[in-house]
Design a binder for this molecule. Structure first.
Ligand SMILES: NC(=O)c1ccc[n+]([C@@H]2O[C@H](COP(=O)([O-])OP(=O)(O)OC[C@H]3O[C@@H](n4cnc5c(N)ncnc54)[C@H](OP(=O)(O)O)[C@@H]3O)[C@@H](O)[C@H]2O)c1
Ligand SMILES: *[C@@H]1O[C@H](CO)[C@@H](O)[C@H](O)[C@H]1NC(C)=O
Ligand SMILES: *[C@@H]1O[C@H](CO)[C@@H](O)[C@H](O)[C@H]1NC(C)=O
Length: 298
């Protein structure tokens, strides 16, 4: 039975993967023209790059993050690149009232919404778990609960437009490595919530797609700064990553795996040989470069 599962499940996975990856219709940039899109965490990194792609595709953009000065610059650049319109709301997703404020802004300006791209993350540490429970509570608010709250506020508009929800997650949300326990927990929460919600949408004919994006190591400034000393992997380009996220969302795919071959093989190994995968992941870290933080003596 165990062996059967070990052979059959991955084989089935392969067949299904082939089916899902070969079937989707072709992407064209016109698909985004005139669409009303919210991008969170758009002041830097992958979110900023998504805003630029969407601007070139002539979408209407509402961007959000905390840092107003950065958002102003990104909005300016989006207008230069050809966005149908671009504006921002600044604030922190740690503030429980803010998700609704952002969605209300879309409602007031556009009277509707076609795509909700949930991408922001709060700061966490890259190190051994330090026992700080309060940090995880805050991080869940920013990385998970605000995604839920924005979805709840945006759902009436997304139902109306038969729109899409795009949730940016990580390999840490499917097959975690060490030194990211709080972050990893928030990403698993996203999978649990949004994969269950997708099932409900199908059952009650709610035509709103949910795309979960499983990303590997991407060359954003913040990721490189926090992990490059410890991870022996070359990061993938944020520009291409951003484009793949937009494509998978508009094509209404259930999951994006980027970079595709790395993520594909990792997820397959996870199903057939999880201990072996864990050891492979551990061996891709320079553990000696991780300095255990001193206990805070509380
Ligand atoms: N880069 C990678 O290697 C990698 C790998 C796997 C998955 N991902 C995922 O990809 C997404 C983007 O990552 P990234 O590397 O592009 O990160 P990033 O460059 O650090 O961008 C994070 C964004 O979130 C905003 N943000 C931070 N704290 C916030 C808060 N409290 N409230 C609202 N917004 C806040 C930041 O702007 P402000 O500071 O101005 O608020 C920024 O716009 C994340 O979901 C991440 O988990 C990235
Ligand atoms: C997608 O594009 C390819 C090559 O341009 C074409 O052969 C194929 O028929 C297209 N598929 C669909 C579904 O339009
Ligand atoms: C769901 O919405 C998409 C986008 O509007 C549309 O292409 C598709 O035909 C719809 N599906 C159903 C079953 O109505």
């Amino acid at each position: 039975m165990g062996l059967l599962l070990k052979v059959f499940v991955p084989l089935l996975g392969l067949v299904l993967a082939f089916y899902f990856y070969s079937a989707p219709e072709n992407f064209s940039e016109e698909m985004l023209r005139g669409k009303r899109v919210i991008v969170t965490g758009a002041s830097s990194g992958i979110g900023e790059q998504m805003a630029y792609h969407l601007a070139r595709m002539e979408a209407h953009l509402l961007l959000t993050a905390r840092t107003e000065a950065k958002l102003q610059k990104v909005v300016e650049r989006c207008l230069e690149l050809g966005a149908a319109s671009a504006r921002y709301v600044s604030g922190s997703m740690e503030d429980t009232t803010f998700p609704e404020v952002v969605v209300k802004e879309a409602e007031n300006t556009w009277g509707g919404l076609d795509m909700l791209i949930l991408n922001h993350i709060g700061h966490s540490y890259f190190n051994y778990f330090n026992g700080d429970v309060e940090h995880i509570r805050k991080l869940l608010e920013t990385n998970f609960l605000s995604y839920v709250a924005m979805t709840v506020s945006a759902l009436p508009m997304l139902k109306e437009s038969e729109g899409s929800i795009v949730v940016v997650s990580s390999l840490a949300g499917k097959a975690p490595g060490p030194f990211a326990a709080p972050y990893s927990a928030t990403k698993f929460a996203l999978d649990g919530f949004f994969s269950s919600l997708r099932q409900e949408f199908i059952i009650d004919n709610t035509n709103v797609s949910i795309t979960l994006c499983i990303l590997g190591y991407i060359d954003t400034e913040s990721a490189v700064r926090s992990v490059s000393h410890a991870i022996r992997v070359t990061p993938a380009p944020k520009e291409e990553c951003a484009l793949e996220i937009i494509k998978s969302g508009v094509l209404r795919q259930r999951e994006l795996h980027y970079p595709p071959w790395t993520m594909g093989s990792v997820l397959l190994l996870r199903a057939i040989a999880p201990d072996f995968l864990d050891s492979l992941i551990r061996s891709s870290y320079n553990v000696e470069n991780i300095r255990r933080a001193q206990p805070t003596g509380q």
